[in-house]
Design a protein around this ligand. Structure first.
Ligand code: SIN
Length: 289
């Protein structure tokens, strides 16, 4: 690894963090992800718990809550503590609840949601701030169906200052049709131009904001240049293990991730077994450079 990358990692991993009092926190890696304990999400949170969960979210970007027994309403109520929930058009939902995205895989599945590195909904003008996936059923083989999460602050900071500056001058198109390749896409999918480098709206920290799930091209470059540059960035995320953590699900695990500074990748290594979860998505704001 080169010196720049080492410096970026040292900077993140060495950050001193205040202790928690109303929750427990066990980091998955020094870079991204933490398991939060001592909290029952089916009950109203105390003010201190909510403040500490918010801080843990901003510090770790992905929070894992184990052994939670939640109704749909309790799941949604936890989501609403962080913002308004995204409501999908009725024709796009699997089930009858516009705020609930069903994540389901079985022996009949020919693809699964999120089986590539991506950030949820970046083709929207105002992409989501976060997603909460509550997994109820994991593969009966007892393993498989993990999700990888990668830190996009560090992905940016590992690049040379010259590359960071260049990326900072660019914008990219995010196209809602990309995940539908090979299928008939629904009408009126969003297509939006966002800066390639944006600032996290709460921490102000810069983050790389392109992903292979939705980003089609960089506006200011030729087709070939754009593809080469995007491939370089997508490869960095796929091949650099330091950027990511791996969440192993058990039934009744809820994971809350920050779509403003992470990407994730669902691993479909359990066919023909089943996996079932329900996701709510919290609305966000238009990303700004
Ligand atoms: C997704 O939201 O992309 C699905 C993640 C997963 O199934 O683990």
């Amino acid at each position: 690894m080169d010196q720049l990358a080492l410096k970026a990692i040292e900077c993140i991993a060495g950050q001193s963090r205040a202790p928690y009092h109303s929750i427990t926190l066990d980091r998955l890696t020094p870079i991204i992800g933490a398991e939060v304990g001592g909290i029952d999400l089916s009950q109203p949170l105390s003010e201190e718990q909510l403040t500490e969960v918010r801080r843990a979210f901003l510090e770790n970007h992905v929070l894992v809550f184990r052994d939670q027994h939640l109704t749909v309403e309790q799941h949604k109520a936890f989501g609403r503590l962080f913002g308004e929930l995204r409501s999908l058009p009725v024709e796009d939902i699997d089930g009858d609840d516009p705020e609930l995205v069903v994540i389901r895989a079985s022996a009949q599945s020919r693809f699964v949601a999120g089986e590539t590195w991506h950030t949820d909904g970046t083709a929207d003008l105002e992409p989501s701030m976060g997603s909460m996936l509550y997994v109820k059923e994991t593969p009966a083989i007892g393993t498989g169906g993990d999700t990888l999460f990668a830190n996009m602050h560090l992905a940016l900071e590992m690049l040379s200052p010259a590359m960071q500056q260049f990326l900072g001058e660019l914008t990219a198109i995010h196209d809602g049709e990309i995940p539908w390749k090979g299928f008939q896409p629904p009408a009126n999918l969003p297509r939006t131009e966002h800066p390639v480098v944006v600032r996290h709206p709460e921490t102000g920290r810069k983050t790389l904001f392109v992903n292979s799930g939705f980003t089609s091209h960089i506006v200011q470059l030729s087709g070939g240049e754009s593809q080469t540059l995007l491939n370089m960035l997508f490869d960095l995320i796929a091949r650099e293990p330091i950027l990511s953590c791996r969440v192993r699900w058990a039934p009744n695990t809820l994971v809350f991730w920050d779509n403003r500074c992470t990407q994730h990748h669902a691993v479909w290594d359990y066919f023909p077994h089943s996996r079932y979860g329900e996701r709510v998505t919290i609305l966000g704001k238009q990303p700004k450079a």
